[in-house]
Design a protein around this ligand. Structure first.
Ligand code: ADP
Ligand code: GLC
Length: 482
């Protein structure tokens, strides 16, 4: 960023960031924020662990920080640019240079995860206090999820001036550690009580962030409200409700350049005025999944296969959906039980249900272009990105009315249809009965080509980019510094 344009500097502290490493939407958001905030004058750098092989991806790296004892070994911070993002990689081989993913190897969590992410947060606080070797120092530290939770805590407990924000992307993960780790995690024993670090006899690094940050955000307004209720707060509802004045919900955006059916290299180009071209993508997708002719709506699912996502509800509704003409293409991986259930569904409805187990970014683009509808039957969904890709591609979202799904999809009720504003179907509660009813409505709407096309056009008009949300983050940082 040019110097005179800068209104403030933000250190984003996260465990994943596109394009370097991604296990879910967190990485997309962390990677999108620096680019979205730059036009507002906020200079954001992303501090994250240098997992194995990552330094090589950084290009021309400069050493900007050195530490002798970072939770059991020496560490350095390397600065470099990746895809227009200023990245700070914490290279600490004793913590991060190992087999497996960011959090686990061969299905088991790394046993030292508390230390691994405490180290990241500790270094964030050191940078906030002393700045980097190149003279850069942050005004605001913006931590993400439990992995960043200790950054606001160290700032507070060590009496540092930088302001802090913590964003909850998913409260299901709370960063638990045994109380015997207090010393190892460099946390004050005096803060181990119910109003601070202690959570059911253990340390929760997410709670630590929630009780010490100057502001709390979550990734949709509805999730911000849900989090204060026992059904969604997962035990932390009281902690969040007690700090309600500091909580705000800021919807995620999607990268409108990457997700653009008119310019997507994976698809036959189309837009709201050339919807007929979408049919070519549909035919290709049917072939790619080995399906037969699908007379009704072709639904897609692109998802982690976990309980959160309500994937287990699909088998119960497929018989009716297929009988009504529907087809389904699933791309996902995760829980072996759900992978098995999806493969069994494909075997039960050959030619109508196709399943690919795995992670495939390019295929996901072809699916959004070729599908008629995208199913997101989540039990809870802090924001969700795939329903927004669906809107961009005129692939109508069928979603559970929860969290960010409720905030982004305008359900096809009679008024919305009459006004021409409906963009999908939202159902409640998240159970097989309501999902089955939603799919029946989907088939009925699909059988009315004019109504369907009007919904597609309304969906494609929705602003799902970062414009409004980046302004909201910029305003929040400015308030903290005022
Ligand atoms: P979550 O972070 O809870 O998994 P989101 O909807 O916020 O949910 O983000 C998921 C991201 O991961 C989206 O970008 C989605 O397209 C992508 N994704 C999930 N599973 C797959 C897969 N099997 N192949 C390709 N992309 C996937
Ligand atoms: C989490 C949530 C998802 C959200 C993503 C990015 O993974 O499960 O709903 O979109 O974070 O904020």
């Amino acid at each position: 960023m040019s110097e005179q344009a800068v209104v403030g500097r933000v250190l984003s502290v996260a465990s994943e960031c596109v394009p370097l490493v991604k296990t879910g939407g967190l990485a997309d958001v962390v990677g999108a924020l620096p680019k979205a905030l730059a036009p507002h004058g906020w200079d954001m750098r992303v501090l994250m662990p240098a997992y194995r092989g990552m330094v090589e991806k950084l290009g021309a790296a400069r050493e900007v920080w050195t530490g002798g004892d970072v939770f059991g070994g020496p560490a350095i911070v390397l600065a470099g640019r990746v895809d227009e993002i200023e990245v700070l990689l914490l290279s600490a081989p004793h913590l991060y240079d190992r087999d497996g993913g960011p959090y686990s190897a061969s299905g088991r969590d790394h046993p030292d995860n508390p230390e691994r992410f405490a180290a990241l947060c500790w270094v964030a606080a050191e940078i906030a206090r002393d700045g980097l070797g190149d003279g850069w120092s942050p005004d605001v530290v913006h931590a993400h999820d439990w992995q960043g939770g200790l950054a606001p805590a160290y700032l507070r407990y060590r009496g540092m001036a930088a302001k802090s924000v913590i964003t909850i992307h998913n409260i299901a993960f709370q960063g638990m550690a045994g109380p015997e780790k207090l010393g190892a995690l460099r946390l004050p024993y005096s803060e181990f009580h119910a109003d601070a670090l202690e959570y059911y006899g253990q340390i929760s690094t997410l709670k630590a962030g929630l009780v010490t940050a100057d502001a709390i955000t979550t990734v949709s307004p509805t999730y911000a409200e849900e989090l204060m209720r026992p059904e969604f707060g997962m035990g932390l509802q009281g902690v969040i409700a007690a700090r309600a004045a500091l909580v705000r919900g800021i919807l995620n955006g999607v990268d409108a350049g990457t997700w653009d059916p008119a310019a997507d290299p994976e698809v036959v180009a189309y837009d709201a005025r050339r919807l007929k071209k979408k049919a070519e993508n549909r035919a290709r997708l049917i072939a790619e999944f080995g399906l037969d002719d699908v007379p009704g709506p072709l639904a897609i699912v692109v998802s982690r296969l976990t309980d959160q996502k309500g994937i287990d509800l699909l088998p119960a509704v497929l018989e009716d959906f297929v009988a009504a003409g529907g087809g389904l293409a699933v791309l996902g991986s995760g829980d072996p039980r759900l992978e098995g259930a999806m493969q069994a569904a494909a075997a039960a409805f050959p030619g109508r249900v196709g399943v690919k187990i795995g992670y495939d970014e390019a295929l996901s683009h072809r699916m959004f272009a070729g599908g008629d509808a995208v199913l997101v039957p989540s039990r809870f969904e802090p924001c969700g990105l795939t329903q927004m890709y669906g809107l961009r591609y005129g692939t109508l979202p069928v979603v559970a009315a929860t969290g960010g799904l409720a905030d982004t999809v305008i359900t096809a009720n009679p008024m919305a249809l009459a006004a021409g504003t409906a963009t999908g179907i939202a159902f409640h509660p998240t159970d097989a009965l309501a999902l089955g009813q939603a799919l029946r409505r989907l088939c009925a709407l699909y059988a009315q080509p004019d109504t369907w096309a009007a919904m597609q056009r309304a969906a494609m008009r929705q602003p799902v980019d970062w414009d409004a949300s980046s302004a909201a983050y910029a305003a929040l940082y400015a308030e903290l510094l005022a």
